[in-house]
Design a protein around this ligand. Structure first.
Ligand code: PMT
Length: 422
């Protein structure tokens, strides 16, 4: 690394108030380097250690690095007035690295039995959690459920790396390198307010097409991809309207949500917002067909086969492409084969600026999972391959690309004063 690079690195986190939570795993030693890197980049770092973490690294080490006393207990001599509240209010960002399975379970359940869990329950700051544990513990369904619950509440999970673990096995569970974790923290602050003054429409989840009063035709979309984009856009300061099919996901902070059920509901809701937005991102999985008739009463079974007649739904994105004026228009393509050919076909036919294509037959990509693996195709012919990554991170990639296109678009809807509805 050249000295010029080192100088330019310094200060990217100047004055940022970060609380580093360290829990009791062998990777706790890496938290020392994380604290040091954050500090060198200018952050004001405070450390909370759990009782178990203290068995791996001494509080003195963190105190020397950060220049501040380290909190290890609820009951010791307080460093601040009402300490858990003081640190919860002080923080702009909480980073828990490493996070054990036990800490993750407590955080997911809202248990507050030590200084760290109490502080994260009390804070309104962004929360990043970097799990590190044995592969079996990481892959255990209960840990995965806990991670899922936290993600749905807007917590950013920094997925563990795959590699040799302290227990001698090889698999997922290693804490990523301190450099990577600090880069994620820097990215969090670098996009602050980068979409301020922009109004963005995002669709998410699947649609339900009623067959009778008890049944519908649906699909496997959970809404995770679209909700991740909505959360990130709101974090970057955009005014976000999220038009969502049925999903139990919690509305991200600062997002206006409009609930819909069928493709035709979504069509009406999207068109009502479209003129007033700077960009639309269609992550929803919309039914192309609906039953031609909805039975008034539950369809009773009989011995023979049942034939359904389906009729075409409106193609919402195609309509948006036809009506496009100042808007940047982004589609998704869910494919199981010929991904590039089909995605490029949709890009052209629907008059999009770019399309995010996922092969939904791939493990860990597409419907339901927390990660995605995509290619992005642009109207000018460019293409990008992206590695498998968490949907929350992909949301950032998509919005980075959108921001580049918005820079050349001259009509921020908010500033133009159009569509001033709540
Ligand atoms: O919600 P998750 O569980 O996180 O899963 C994410 C996802 C797989 C749903 C998401 O990544 C994704 O691929 N979304 C698009 C799903 C889809 O409907 O793809 P499509 O190739 O059938 O449609 C192409 C585009 O046209 C999409 O932007 C879609 O929103 C839009 N469309 C499709 C049909 C229709 N009648 N109207 C539309 O607007």
């Amino acid at each position: 690394m050249t000295s010029a690079k080192r100088v330019s690195d310094v200060g990217t986190l100047a004055g940022r108030r970060i609380v580093l939570g360290v829990t009791g795993g062998i990777a706790a030693y890496k938290a020392v380097e994380i604290a040091s890197r954050l500090k060198k980049k200018g952050a004001d770092v405070r450390v909370i250690m759990t009782r178990a973490a203290v068995s791996f690294v001494t509080p003195l080490t963190f105190r020397e690095i950060t220049g501040h006393p380290v909190t290890t207990t609820m009951w010791g001599e307080p460093h601040h007035h009402v300490e858990h509240i003081a640190l919860a209010e002080f923080a702009e960002l909480f980073l828990i690295a490493p996070a054990t399975a036990n800490f993750i379970a407590k955080a997911a359940a809202g248990i507050a039995d030590d200084m760290l869990t109490t502080s994260i329950l009390a804070t309104r700051a962004a929360l990043y959690i970097a799990p590190a544990m044995n592969t079996g513990m990481w892959e255990n369904p209960v840990t995965q459920e806990n991670v899922q619950r936290l993600t749905e509440r807007g917590v950013q999970i920094i997925p563990p790396a795959v590699g040799q673990l302290a227990c001698g096995t090889t698999g997922a569970g290693r804490l990523p390198e301190p450099e990577e974790i600090v880069a994620i923290v820097e990215r969090h602050f670098s996009h602050e307010q980068s979409l301020a003054g922009r109004r963005i429409l995002i669709t998410a989840a699947g649609t339900e097409e009623a067959l009778d009063p008890v049944r519908y035709l649906g699909n496997r979309s959970t809404g995770r991809m679209g909700f991740a984009v909505a959360a990130e856009a709101a974090r970057r300061g955009a005014e976000v309207v999220l038009i969502a099919g049925p999903t139990p996901l919690v509305t991200p902070a600062g997002v206006r949500r409009v609930n819909v059920r069928s493709a035709r509901d979504m069509y009406a809701a999207v068109l009502a917002e479209y003129d007033a937005v700077d960009a639309a991102i269609k992550a929803a999985a919309v039914a192309d067909y609906r039953p031609a008739e909805i039975a008034d009463h539950k369809i009773k079974k009989s011995d023979g086969e049942l034939t359904l007649t389906l009729t075409r739904n409106p193609d919402i994105l195609y309509e948006l492409g036809q009506k496009k004026r100042h808007q940047v228009l982004v589609g998704f393509a869910a494919e199981t084969q010929n991904v590039e050919e089909y995605a490029r076909g949709k890009l052209a036919k629907k008059n999009l600026d770019f399309i995010v294509a996922n092969n939904v037959a791939e493990k860990d990509a597409g419907f339901g999972v927390l990660t995605n693996h995509v290619q992005i195709f642009y109207a000018d012919g460019r293409a990008e391959d992206h590695p498998l990554m968490p949907k929350s991170e992909l949301a950032g990639v998509i919005l980075d690309r959108l921001e580049e296109l918005l820079k050349s678009s001259t009509k921020p809807a908010l500033l133009a004063g159009k569509g001033d509805h709540a």
